[in-house]
Design a protein around this ligand. Sequence first.
Ligand SMILES: Nc1ncnc2c1ncn2[C@@H]1O[C@H](COP(=O)(O)OP(=O)(O)OP(=O)(O)O)[C@@H](O)[C@H]1O
Length: 574
Amino acid sequence: MVEKRLNQEGLKFKGYLIELALASLISGGLVIAQAYFLAYIVNGAFLAKKGLKELWPYFLALFLIITLRFTAGYFGEKVGTRLSAKVTGSLRERLLLKISALGTKLLLPEKTGELLTLVLEGVENLEVYYARYLPQLISAGIIPLMILVVVLTHDLISGIIMLLTAPLIPVFMMLIGSFAEKLAQKQWVTLSRLSGRFFELLQGIADLKAFGQSKNQVEELKKSGIAFRDATMEVLRVAFLSALMLEILATISTAMVAVEVGLRLLYGKMEFIVAFFTLLLAPEYYLPLRNLGSSFHSGRTAMASSHKLWEVLDQKENKVFVNKRSITWNSPPEIIFQEISHSFSPGKEVLKKINLTIKPYEKVALIGPSGAGKSTLVKLLLGLERPARGEILINEVPLYELSEQDWYGQVSYLSQSPFIFPGTIAENIALGKKDAGLEEIKRAAILARAHPFIAALPEGYNTVIGEGGRGLSVGERQRIALARVFLKDAKIVILDEPTAGLDYKTEEILEKVIKKLAENRTVIMIAHRLSTVYQADKIVLLNQGEVAGIGRHEELFQENQFYRQLLKAYRGEV
Ligand SMILES: Nc1ncnc2c1ncn2[C@@H]1O[C@H](COP(=O)(O)OP(=O)(O)OP(=O)(O)O)[C@@H](O)[C@H]1O
């Protein structure tokens, strides 16, 4: 099943497969020709007493054949490598696109390590499948067949022995196949677990250290490492034993041909040239099958790791955008949440019939206790998930009908921990506008009040940040992300206010920057600070997935008991 799918992927690059088959056909022909000329030369020199004068054209031909054989082998290897690069490249691309399309549905934190292993290690395992296993499968299907036909026409008895012994090798491979695959799968699962653990450990190192748990985690990691080592040893044991068995089978089969040919030669029942020709061909006949046996385990490992790959690729995407309409806005659009309900798992609605209108240029604060559904509402508006029921209307058009590109061109998102990728500060700010010049970037940084700290760095905007680069404080990250928002100049800004990690001065700066942002945009904030709540044009109070109140601070304060309670909690009085 898995093998079929792997081969189907290979079939998408038929040209390479045809080239591989051609290389095998040519190699097969050359192997036979090489045996023929060698047998002729030996026979001519020792029995027919021919001299170098008569034989030299045969020597020349033999030399040419051997050279061509190496060239065909090299060509076959090159095609295999190219095929492998093409297939794995396309699979890696599809996998990444799928992961990004599945988005939040798939990318739960505990799965990140496993996904990483899949994208890197899993796809790499497939390289061996396409570069070695598949080409060898093709030559094992062609070369022995060609040799068999030639031997059968020259010496029926040897041909029959070859015909009967050759299937032993594939039968043996099939017999141990499922067992070997199970072991390879076990090895794969332990590897995924090990990488997952390692990744989690790296991510949580600070917390674990603070709670004195790093030693325990290292112990756990050790256990995973031992499990992986044991699984690998099991795979290697079976690989070694089965390769040995295949060697023995091939050697015994070749020996059977040799003994039978030798005896007939001894009793004068066979011509020397035919006997020698057959003897030369016998090992060549089993060689592709032996080669297949040696890469058989790499093939099984690829199959084992590809299970997970298909699992991810087969996951159904809940398409958020059908890209039907292309729209450009000169001013922020009106956003209406119409009877929006959503759930992540059956029977547990996290949003229940939300009705909400956000007018252009409005500054909206989403508030509510933890788990109320604020982030989910934002996720739906960002188009990361499609609501289970109801509709989000953008200027009266359902969000999902819009072109995804247009929508993301109009929305900026600022999370609590903005994404900083390895690169310069300028590149990081230009995330939303790739073609921005340095002057534009600087202007955005000035508006985001990031310019002073950037300018103070020795390399200024060219300072490398992110992984492997200079570290940034929470406030600096926020300001870089805000500069991104200014540069992109989208009409709608959605932001999740940072809850912690900011000093009073940075908080004040951010507050001013956000005020500036709101001057000519719609701003929707998951608000964590009282001042943001007080200043909002519209406060949306969420509780257990329902709207528990909408209005300005003064109105809600007057009418809404729950709001007053929540404010107390915000002030730390509850
Ligand atoms: N991917 C998910 N799968 C399953 N349940 C989820 C998922 N994301 C959120 N939830 C659940 O949905 C509910 C609403 O979560 P949400 O993150 O929207 O709340 P919130 O109001 O933003 O909370 P907080 O202020 O703590 O961030 C919670 O019960 C949460 O456990």
